[in-house]
Unconditional design. Structure first.
Length: 384
């Protein structure tokens, strides 16, 4: 049952059934409204948290996909990194070979320079003719050495340039590797943080929803307890504010079940089937606490078959309604009818008193089918 419906029913009970002071009724109604507001507030919180949780779950799913893609990228980058490292090793090996060649070329150039120096500055110890021949030979050798030196210098410079190029390429590869690792690591870190935030938010919303559900349950239990309390009060405090009238005339008594009215104004304090105070004897009727001197009226038409004092009942009137149905009115202060009188619904039988030995004034009322007592409250409607 929804909280609003329960509140409506309980409010109805307060207005229709209970005989309570205005202050008590107001307090109970305020408590009902407060519980209803609390339940509504907690339901609103649950709805808000469910929206947050749904969003967080979407984000978590999205983040997990991002992480999966990053893992694939990392695998691809790992392969690329291995390839780059392999290439780097090849370059380093090539660089090592070139450096070795450069070292050899340095030695060779040094030797060529030395040979040039020796040939160009050798002392002249022979004749003019011999000198001329030697000069021609020197010239040939010098030219040859110059060509070799020029080729060696070109190779040397070329190798130096190649070494520089390889070093730049190696530097670029290392820079690229560092950037790839840094970017990938950063992306993975951001994704993991997002995942952690989403997971934390989901956990937090679950916790808040659980707390709200517990509060709703507690408040619903309070409503149930309050309903039971009010029901008990209702059952314990049945107040009647309307007497029988002529509306029940001309109808079979059996057909009037649940439509009759109590014979006197007041509050039902003794109920059918309950044990009497200080006794193991159960009530076979009900006791209506009422002001002494109030009217006691017949609930339906019938014939008076007894009107006198009877031990345990005080001044008692018994009315026969036909078909084996009887009503009994005891504890009266005075009796206004005699045996054999024909009555209509609403006729006065007597006045409220305490002739039956009750401490408080009121009317003892029974409904019987032949000799079997029936619950009078099942035959009447209560009007506050």
């Amino acid at each position: 049952m929804k909280a609003a419906k329960i509140v409506g029913i309980l409010t109805g009970i307060l207005i229709t059934w209970l005989h309570l002071t205005t202050a008590v009724a107001d307090n109970l109604q305020n408590e009902l409204r407060a519980i209803d507001r609390k339940i509504t507030t907690e339901k609103k919180k649950i709805k808000e948290q469910q929206v947050k949780q749904k969003k967080a779950k979407r984000e978590l799913s999205k983040t997990k996909k991002e992480i999966d893609l990053l893992k694939k990228d990392l695998t691809s980058l790992s392969k690329k990194e291995k390839k780059l490292l392999k290439e780097l090793k090849v370059l380093e090996k090539k660089e090592k070979i070139l450096k070795s060649k450069v070292s050899i070329e340095k030695v060779r150039l040094s030797q060529l320079v030395k040979q040039t120096y020796i040939l160009g500055y050798a002392p002249d110890m022979r004749s003019a003719q011999g000198q001329q021949i030697d000069n021609e030979i020197y010239a040939v050798y010098l030219k040859k050495i110059a060509l070799q030196r020029s080729a060696a210098i070109r190779d040397f410079n070329s190798n130096i340039e190649e070494i520089d190029r390889l070093q730049r390429k190696k530097s670029n590869i290392r820079t690229k590797l560092r950037k790839v690792k840094k970017d990938t690591s950063k992306q993975k870190s951001v994704a993991e943080q997002k995942k952690q935030r989403s997971s934390s938010e989901i956990s937090a919303t679950k916790s808040l929803i659980k707390r709200s559900e517990i509060k709703i349950k507690e408040n619903k239990e309070r409503l149930t307890d309050l309903f039971a309390k009010l029901q008990k009060i209702k059952e314990e405090n049945i107040k009647n504010n309307q007497l029988p009238d002529r509306s029940a005339n001309g109808k079979p008594f059996r057909a009037l079940k649940g439509k009759l009215r109590l014979p006197a104004l007041g509050t039902v304090t003794g109920k059918f089937g309950e044990k009497r105070t200080g006794s193991e004897v159960e009530w076979e009727g009900i006791f209506i606490s009422s002001k002494q001197g109030n009217s006691v009226k017949s609930i339906a038409g019938g014939s008076v078959v007894y009107s006198d004092w009877l031990r345990g009942f005080g001044n008692l009137v018994i009315v026969d309604h036909g078909k084996g149905f009887y009503t009994l009115y005891g504890n009266n202060e005075s009796l206004w009818v005699r045996e054999g009188d024909q009555l209509q619904a609403g006729d006065q039988l007597g006045t409220v008193g305490n002739s039956g030995g009750h401490k408080a004034s009121g009317v003892y009322f029974e409904v019987r089918r032949n000799s079997k007592p029936l619950n009078p409250l099942e035959w009447v409607t209560i009007t506050n």
